[in-house]
Design a protein around this ligand. Structure first.
Ligand SMILES: C[S@@+](CC[C@H](N)C(=O)[O-])C[C@H]1O[C@@H](n2cnc3c(N)ncnc32)[C@H](O)[C@@H]1O
Length: 233
């Protein structure tokens, strides 16, 4: 559990403090429990960044504020969360960060000329089930620029006790409180995610980012080959 310590983190929390009570509580709880500061360090500092399943938009906004050279698009299937995110970022000062939000149907990966510099998932893929997850990741790889990065933050399946606690909380969030939309609950280990990305032709790496947190947070990174590597040069 970590409080928002940096000026950028505190600014993001202040923006949401002006939003509605439920959104505010949810985003504060999210910041304390998810390693957003550690995850931000894995995302390129400049270029077009897509976050799929951005929820209330806290991490997308944090990415935009921590580097104004990033242009961030956050998308989610939940129109209410996106409406709140869009309202909250109206509080940004001009030039404080480039971020926008869109509601999109499940499985949609928006395309841009030249491809995305990075596509980010933070605690989303476990909600999709294996087939949808693998199809979506294949689309993401297509939508990345050559040399672009896929950044996947999930809760690992080890150590078992920490993983079971996280899985129980997700069960409550999706099936009882219904604060998270998703097709299913299917948790993958970081090794399984690495294998999926490697099968898609990415060079991969996995890291734990759970120091000081209750849940076994991990990040899996996959880099699309640059054009010269595509051509075998
Ligand atoms: C646990 S929340 C994480 C939200 C945000 N990434 C964060 O870290 O605070 C999972 C989010 O994934 C979204 N989601 C579930 N299935 C999705 C899909 N197929 N496509 C896009 N978003 C999806 C949910 O609506 C929800 O906002």
């Amino acid at each position: 559990m970590r409080p928002p310590r940096t000026p950028a983190a505190r600014r993001v929390m202040d923006l949401w403090a002006a939003g509605d009570r439920v959104g505010r509580l949810h985003t504060t709880a999210r910041w304390w429990s998810a390693p957003f500061a550690e995850l931000e360090l894995e995302v390129p500092l400049a270029g077009d960044i897509l976050e799929i399943g951005c929820g209330h938009g806290v991490f997308s906004t944090y990415l935009a504020i921590t580097s104004t050279a990033r242009r961030v698009l956050g998308v989610d299937i939940d129109a209410d969360k996106i409406a709140l995110a869009a309202r909250v970022i109206e509080g940004l000062e001009p030039g404080e960060g480039h971020v926008r939000f869109e509601t999109l149907p499940s499985g949609t990966v928006p395309r841009i000329d030249g491809g995305w510099c990075a596509i980010v998932f933070a605690d989303v893929l476990y909600l999709l089930g294996r087939e949808r997850r693998e199809a979506l990741l294949a689309d993401c790889v297509d939508a990345l620029a050559p040399g672009g990065l896929l950044v996947i933050k999930e809760v690992d399946t080890r150590p078992l006790l920490k993983a079971k606690l996280a899985q129980f909380q997700e069960l409550i969030a999706t099936k009882v409180l219904r604060i998270t939309d998703g097709h299913t609950l299917e948790f993958s280990s970081s090794e399984e995610l690495v294998a999926v990305l490697a099968d898609l032709g990415l060079s991969t790496m996995a890291k734990r980012i759970d120091h000081g947190y209750v849940h076994p947070h991990c990040v899996v990174l996959g880099t699309r080959p640059s054009r010269s590597a595509d051509l075998g040069n």
